[in-house]
Write a protein that binds this ligand. Sequence first.
Ligand SMILES: [Zn+2]
Length: 85
Amino acid sequence: MKCYNCQTENKDTAKICKSCGADLMYVPWKPTWKWHLKVLGIIYVIVIVLFFVARFFLNKFDRNLPTWESEYPMYEKMAPKPINK
Ligand SMILES: [Zn+2]
């Protein structure tokens, strides 16, 4: 097996690298590009789902808000009418 630290070839039974003394029982975690793709894909899916969920709830909330016309119906009569020629 190769040492993760100095790339020296060691015996498979070796517990410590003969060159640098690194602990060969410890295997460092190296994420591959596939792992990145998977994680980024999951993050994108979560973000997109959250966007639609948030939009759904915000739309629901917006419909319950009073509009200008419902709160001030008297101003609608005062609004200038378009001139018909
Ligand atoms: Zn080494």
